[in-house]
Design a protein around this ligand. Structure first.
Ligand SMILES: *Cc1c(COP(=O)(O)O)cnc(C)c1O
Length: 409
């Protein structure tokens, strides 16, 4: 997707990018300082509306909070989604501070601290265990607290999903219990005073290929239906993951949601109808697809200089707030994220410039040789696709600059 398409999705007023119906310079004045992250509530809603419109009503939507744990964002999503998935004790507290009932909060992730497991069990959160050690700790916490823990098993599938930006299932993994040993784990622990709800399979992230997602979901349902035979109780919770990607670079095309949806309708009418009890929850779990495109990272030009023919815009933000845009968040090849001059978003492109952050390292590159409208000192440079894995996925302490503000507009 090209930068002008991202600009069009937010819209402009008097030539300025509009975020949450507010012209960018007014938003910057409201925040009071740059750099900052702004998330557009209407775009969050539009994304949820579209998912609800095309997905089968049987499918519940969970928000994977690690994509963006800003409390205002989480509060907003909690009112509109069915579940929240958390991956740390702090995320769990943020989820428990919303209207979401604890039994609709799930806690996944390897290396849960025993204290976190205890808190989750006490709160009635679904603990998605990633190992037999975690399962033992859950049992111990339940006995200690005198409650029956809600548990699901995170399964490392016996297949891998191609095309994921980050693969998190198949082969050896730190995630989940290998599918082939799940039957014996259930035989050993099935009668241990646990409320076994079902299974969670999350095989990978940032996938833009609808056919591959459909195939992964089909194999996931088949796997879970097979494993359900070993559950000591009826299956009540089936989390089939997500991994829906968003287009970060010009080469990326948006995910074809209609194809994913058609696949899910087939699954719901076929293997889910025949293999999964009708009162069991069937969940997909999305992070970046829900929030990523609603967010921008807004920086101000501090300096403009020419070095041997290359024009540099030096902005007051950088990789310490938006690591992914610098290409250092797991990308194999660095490609530019979409950029705009936010206070002149409609102006024609004039120059090729290189946009760098304010850190004293060549890694702090935000736009390499990008075509932008003419920009000068004090103009606002906007980085799109910043609503997920931005602020909290960046090394904010590196060089000791102040943390950015965040606003839900
Ligand atoms: C990170 C994560 C997600 C969210 O991934 P996105 O690519 O942001 O959708 C979902 N589920 C689990 C278990 C995760 O670890």
């Amino acid at each position: 997707m090209k930068p002008h398409e991202h600009i069009a999705q937010f819209g402009t007023v008097n030539g300025e990018l509009r975020v949450g119906n507010v012209p960018l310079s007014r938003l910057a004045a409201r925040v009071g300082s740059t750099p900052f992250f702004a998330y557009d509530r209407a775009r969050l809603d539009a994304r949820i509306d579209r998912l609800r419109e095309v997905l089968p009503s049987r499918i519940e939507l969970s928000y994977a909070m690690k994509a963006n744990p800003m409390p205002a964002v989480v509060q907003h999503l909690a009112r509109r989604l069915d579940r929240i998935d958390v991956a740390s004790g702090l995320e769990m507290l943020t989820a428990l501070d919303t209207t979401m009932p604890p039994a609709q909060v799930s806690f996944a992730g390897p290396g849960k601290a025993p204290a976190e497991i205890r808190q989750a069990v006490a709160a009635g959160v679904i603990v998605e265990v990633e190992s037999t050690t975690e399962l033992r700790r859950v049992i111990a916490a339940g006995e200690d607290l005198g409650v029956t823990p809600n548990v699901a098993i995170r399964v490392n599938p016996d297949f891998a999903v191609k095309g994921s930006g980050m693969r998190m299932g198949g082969g050896p993994q730190q995630f989940g219990i290998d599918a082939e040993i799940v039957p014996e784990v259930l035989r050993e622990f099935g009668g241990s005073g646990l409320n076994f709800l079902g299974f969670h399979v999350f095989a990978g992230s940032q996938n833009l290929n609808a056919e591959i997602i459909v195939e992964a979901q089909r194999r996931t349902v088949d796997l879970i239906v097979d494993l359900a035979e070993y559950l000591p109780v009826e299956l009540r919770y089936v989390n089939i993951g997500g991994g829906f990607g968003i287009p970060y670079t010009e080469r990326d095309q948006p995910l074809d949601l209609d194809t994913v949806s058609a696949g899910l309708h087939d699954l719901v009418a076929g293997p889910i109808a025949t293999g999964i009890p009708s009162d069991a929850s069937v969940v997909i779990e999305l992070g970046r697809y829900l929030v990523g495109e609603s967010g921008v990272y807004v920086t101000k030009v501090l300096d403009k200089k020419v070095s041997r023919g290359t024009t540099y815009l030096v902005v007051d933000g950088g990789m310490h707030h938006q690591l992914a845009a610098s290409g250092n968040f797991g990308q194999a090849i660095r490609r530019n994220y979409p950029l705009a001059v936010g206070n002149q978003a409609d102006a024609p492109t004039a120059d090729h410039v290189t946009v760098v952050g304010c850190l004293c390292t060549p890694l702090d590159l935000l736009g390499d040789n990008v075509a932008l409208p003419h920009a000068d000192i004090d103009d606002l440079i906007v980085i799109f696709q910043a609503g997920a894995y931005g602020f909290t996925a960046s090394p904010t302490a590196f060089l000791g600059h102040p943390a950015p503000a965040e606003i839900l507009a």
